[in-house]
Design a protein around this ligand. Sequence first.
Ligand SMILES: Nc1ncnc2c1ncn2[C@@H]1O[C@H](COP(=O)(O)OP(=O)(O)OP(=O)(O)O)[C@@H](O)[C@H]1O
Ligand SMILES: [Mg+2]
Length: 199
Amino acid sequence: MMGKGLIVNLEDEYFIAAGLFCRCYEHPSEMAECVKVPVEGKKAKKRVDADLNYYHKLHKRNVGLEYIADYLGKCETNLGDGYRYECVRDFDQSISRTLKFYLEESDLEKAKIYDLFTPLGEYLLDNRILISDLHSKNILIQIKEGGVIVPVIVDGIGDRVAITILNVFAKLEKAKIKRRWNRFAHMALEGNAVLSEDR
Ligand SMILES: Nc1ncnc2c1ncn2[C@@H]1O[C@H](COP(=O)(O)OP(=O)(O)OP(=O)(O)O)[C@@H](O)[C@H]1O
Ligand SMILES: [Mg+2]
């Protein structure tokens, strides 16, 4: 394991991808981890805090994270504060590709990909996991040993709208999860995996 107080050196060779709010690197010595470094600024800091809060809630509630890359803790890097997450890798150890990649640039049948999302939507609803920024670069498609394929959410969970009082009311919360999921299903999955009204 990583020694405490050691600075993690994130060289360019470890860079995976960047979003609007952070840059993501492979951990140089821990294959199972990646490190996210937020961009400068208040907004990115707020976003990190909100994300960590939400993970904290999930940990406290003991939710199974089979579809979500877990948060593992902070670390210090040569680029500033870093946040460690489970790194999503395929059976051959390569970093899993995004849903966007599979929808736009791969030969894998789209219907086969869409099929993965009904269980994911149901999982989010059953476990009352809120999503606020689900898009096709926040989900990785993990190809496991034996051809098993799992969609893994790496970003965009939690409530980024600060009306958390709503969460007190389970019914409203479920409706909100459904609404947001269905918006994603229409935008990214051609209306596949939509959750029905009576669930
Ligand atoms: N746990 C992970 N394992 C492997 N790759 C990851 C992981 N988390 C993120 N990535 C890669 O890094 C990219 C950026 O990470 P992330 O989505 O967390 O950044 P962001 O700035 O918060 O994004 P956004 O623009 O959606 O707000 C992802 O699209 C994905 O390609
Ligand atoms: Mg993202």
